[in-house]
Design a protein around this ligand. Sequence first.
Ligand code: SAH
Length: 351
Amino acid sequence: MVAFASLKCIIISSLLLPSEAFAPQSNLVNKKVSESSTSLAGVGKVVNRVKDSLLSKERSREDLKIGIAGFYDRSSQIWEEVWGEHMHHGYYVPEDRTDHVQAQIDLIDEVLKWAGVPEPTGDNKDELPKKCVDVGCGIGGSSRHIAKKYGCTANGITLSPYQAGRGNELAKEQGVDDLCSFQVADALEQPFEDNTFDLIWSLESGEHMPDKEKFVNELFRVATPGGRIIIVTWCHRDLEEGEEGLTKKEEKLLAKINRAYYLPRWCSVDDYVRILKENGAVDIKREDWSYIIAPFWKAVIKSSLNLKSLVGLLKSGFSTQRGAYAMFLMLRGFNKGLIKFGLITCTKPKE
Ligand code: SAH
């Protein structure tokens, strides 16, 4: 039913989208030819956009970057209102837990534990992270949690100006603005010196990166020797021996998700491990946590069934509505074993 409602929203919104182009006739009468050709160009742009969307066409890098910023600018507020400050999956052990926000916080703690980052005991300060970078930070939920947990600094980067502003606002509200700061910056060209951070944290942002090699190279560059890198990201399944790529049907499903969530081509956990090895990473560890996060999408879909979410969704515009529809595609991808929730960690070698 929600799928149908979302679909309806998408259709209505895509019909509404060209509204600027279809300005009222009375306004057009006295306008110069150049202006009407501008408006025609506007119609053309919208038509192309709708066509690309229907054909699930891959976006160019520039479109992707602008699209990601706009998508999170528009959707972060409604997400925060319904789900709070963490924009990622939850840790569903036991599988029937319903405290979803706590499940998201637990995911951070469980990933840190899995990656071998020590728990603070009161007398192990030297072993704990001191400087963390949160690459693709959302509104900074992970950064603030990590900063409070270890007493370390956390610098978050995001493409969305709204998210960076909201991240700083929340840091102030929560009394950690001396430790945390957020800014707009590209993960593929980070505004940090080499060898700066001893904890590199990237939670569900790698899937947005159009150049995985450059992404990993940057994570390596800003890590201190001996620093720990943690990447938690959506991947496609590893390819079987002899397989050259995914099936056409699998590619088609991912292409639709890519249009909705502003994603480029996917890669596998095997691909990440290969790139990490090429960078000289040591202590590489990987795991598939798809089964641990599985109940999450069903919970998100259920949460969107209340009036507040539906009204918010109606107001939030086409791309957020398409994002809501794509939840069902994600669910299908996970169920088919095509989409994996991949964890990868390693350390940068001490020179
Ligand atoms: N890690 C956060 C947010 C995940 S949403 C959390 O778990 O709450 C994905 C985030 O990745 C968004 O903040 C988006 O702006 C960011 N992102 C995507 N591509 C990026 C890029 N090239 N550079 C920096 N941030 C990027």
